[in-house]
Ligand binder design. Structure first.
Ligand code: GDP
Ligand code: MG
Length: 443
C-alpha cells in the first residue's frame, strides 16, 4: 500500500536536499510526485487537490524548525498533514451517559459488517464488557446464522427473532433485553444492499430512530478506493454516522479510502479490519497510518500486538526477569515462541521501523536463524539454560551443544554473544527506566 508514496518522497528528499531550503520552486517536483502517488493509491481527486494545497501552504509558510533539514521538514509537513487528513487523533467509541453503548453497523452488502460486528463484540468483551449482538439482517436467513455462528465462536450471545420481524423492531427488543440484563454494549448488525437506495437508508434510519445508537459505524471495504468518497458521503448525509470501520486492509487495496473518509464525511475511521479472523480488528491511529504511508514502520502497533499475544501473567514475569540479570535461555525461547505465536514473522518484521522493504528472503533468513537458536538451546542442559555464563566460559560445553544440535561451535558462540548483548541492553534499558521513573514507579 502506498509504495508509490514512499518512493516519491525519497525522490523529493533528493530534490529539496540540494537547495538548502524549501521554496515554491523546489517543492513543485515533490508535490507533483505526492499528487501522483495519492492518485495511484486511489485517493479521490478533490481530496488529493485539497491535500496538496495544504502541504504546499504548510511547507512554505512554516518557519524553519531548528535541527531539521529542508527535506526532513518537507517529510514532516507531509506527515503532519496526512495525520490531520485522517483525523489527527485516534477516535474512541462514544461513551453512553447511561445504559449500554449501542453500536449500529451500517454499510453495503459484502463490506464486512457482520464480521466487523463480531470482531467488535470480541474487542469490547476483552475489555471486560458484557456484550450483546443483535441480528437484524432478515433478508437472507444465512445472515442470521452467520452472526449466530460468530457469536458462538467468541462466546457472545446473539439476539435474533428470525426473518419475519421487521429490523427496527428486532433492534428495539434486543436493546430492551440488553437493558434488562444489564449488558454494557449492544452491537446491531444490519442488512446491506449492493448499492445505496432509499429503502436501505429508510430502514437504517428507522432502526436508528428506534435504538438511538451511541455510535453508527459505516463499514467500508478498503478495496472500494475512490468510490469510497461518494459512498461515505451518501451515508453520512442520510444517517449521520459517527465513524467508520475500514475493512479488508489486509488485502491488496491501494489504501485510498483511508485518506478520503474523514475528509469527505467529517467522521473519523475508528477501527480497521485486517483479516477474516475475529481478532483481526484494531483501533485506527492516524499517526501510525501516516508513518506507515511514509514507510517509517510502526513500532507501536507491534508492541500492542505483542502485548495481546502474551498472557498477562507470563508477560509480567518476563518483564521482571528482563529487568534483572535473571533472563535466561528458557526465557529467550519463551519470548521467541510468543513472537512467532503472534502471527507470521514476516508481517511482524514489516512493522519494524525501516523494515518495510524487507523481502521474503530476509525474513526466511531470520526464521531460519531462530530455528537454529532453538535447536541449540534445546541441546543445553538445565543448568546451562539457566546460567548462560557457563557456556561463555567453557569451550567443552559449547562443543557439546554444537554436537547435540548439529551446529558449529562458531554458531553456538554467535548465539551466546547475541544473547549476552541482548541481556545487557535490557539491563541498560531497565536502569534508564528506573532513573526516569524515579520513586514514582514507571508510569
Ligand atoms: P456483510 O455483508 O457486510 O455483513 O459482510 P460479511 O461480514 O459477511 O463479510 C463479507 C466477506 O468479507 C466475508 O467473506 C468475510 O470473511 C470477509 N471479510 C470481512 N472483513 C474482512 C477483513 O478485514 N479482511 C478480509 N480479508 N476479509 C474480510
Ligand atoms: Mg452481513
Amino acid at each position: 500500500m502506498f509504495d508509490g508514496l514512499s518512493r516519491s518522497l525519497e525522490k523529493a528528499w533528493d530534490t529539496v536536499r540540494k537547495d538548502g531550503k524549501l521554496s515554491a520552486d523546489n517543492i513543485k517536483e515533490p508535490m507533483r510526485e505526492i499528487r501522483r502517488a495519492l492518485l495511484e493509491a486511489d485517493v479521490s481527486l478533490p481530496v488529493v487537490r485539497r491535500f496538496v494545497k495544504k502541504v504546499e501552504e504548510a511547507a512554505l509558510g512554516e518557519r524553519v524548525v531548528k535541527g531539521l533539514s529542508p527535506d526532513q521538514k518537507l517529510v514532516k509537513v507531509v506527515y503532519e498533514e496526512l495525520k490531520s487528513l485522517m483525523g489527527g487523533q485516534q477516535a474512541e467509541l462514544v461513551q453512553p451517559k447511561y445504559g449500554p453503548s449501542v453500536i449500529l453497523m451500517a454499510g453495503l452488502q459484502g463490506t464486512g459488517k457482520t464480521t466487523a460486528a463480531g470482531k467488535l463484540a470480541l474487542y469490547l468483551k476483552k475489555q471486560g464488557l458484557k456484550v450483546l449482538l443483535v441480528a437484524t439482517d432478515v433478508y437472507r436467513p444465512a445472515a442470521i446464522d452467520q452472526l449466530v455462528t460468530l457469536g458462538r465462536k467468541i462466546d457472545v450471545p446473539v439476539f435474533e427473532l428470525g426473518t419475519q420481524v421487521a429490523p427496527p423492531e428486532i433492534a428495539r427488543q434486543g436493546l430492551e433485553l440488553a437493558k434488562r440484563d444489564e449488558f454494557d454494549a449492544v452491537i446491531v448488525d444490519t442488512a446491506g444492499r449492493l448499492q445505496i437506495d432509499e429503502r436501505l437508508m429508510g430502514e437504517l434510519r428507522e432502526t436508528k430512530d428506534m435504538v438511538k445508537p451511541t455510535d453508527t459505524l459505516l463499514v467500508v471495504d478498503a478495496m472500494t478506493g475512490q468510490e469510497a468518497a461518494a459512498l461515505v458521503k451518501a451515508f453520512a448525509d442520510a444517517v449521520d454516522i459517527t465513524g467508520a470501520v475500514l475493512t479488508k486492509m489486509d488485502g491488496d487495496s491501494r489504501g485510498g479510502a483511508a485518506l478520503s473518509i474523514k475528509e469527505v464525511s467529517g467522521r473519523p475511521i475508528k477501527f480497521v479490519g485486517t483479516g477474516e479472523k475475529m481478532e483481526a480488528l484494531e483501533p485506527f491511529y492516524p499517526e501510525r497510518m501516516a508513518s506507515r504511508i511514509l514507510g517509517m514502520g510502526d513500532v507501536v502497533s507491534l508492541v500492542e500486538k505483542a502485548e495481546d499475544a502474551i498472557q498477562a501473567d507470563e508477560a509480567a514475569e518476563l518483564t521482571k526477569k528482563m529487568m534483572t540479570a535473571k533472563f535466561d535461555f528458557n526465557d529467550f525461547l519463551k519470548q521467541y515462541k510468543m513472537v512467532t505465536g503472534m502471527g507470521n514473522l514476516s508481517s511482524l518484521v514489516k512493522m519494524l521501523p525501516g523494515m518495510n522493504k524487507v523481502n521474503e528472503k530476509q525474513v526466511n533468513e531470520v526464521e531460519r536463524k531462530y530455528a537454529q537458536y532453538e535447536s541449540m538451546i534445546q541441546s543445553m542442559n538445565k543448568k546451562e539454560r539457566e546460567a548462560p555464563e557457563l557456556l561463555a566460559k567453557s569451550p567443552s560445553r559449547r562443543r557439546r551443544v554444537a554436537m547435540g544440535s548439529g551446529r558449529t561451535e562458531e554458531e553456538v558462540q554467535e548465539l551466546i554473544a547475541m544473547f549476552t548483548s541482548m541481556r545487557m541492553q535490557m539491563q541498560t534499558m531497565s536502569r534508564m527506566m528506573a532513573l526516569s521513573g524515579g520513586g514514582q514507579g514507571m508510569a
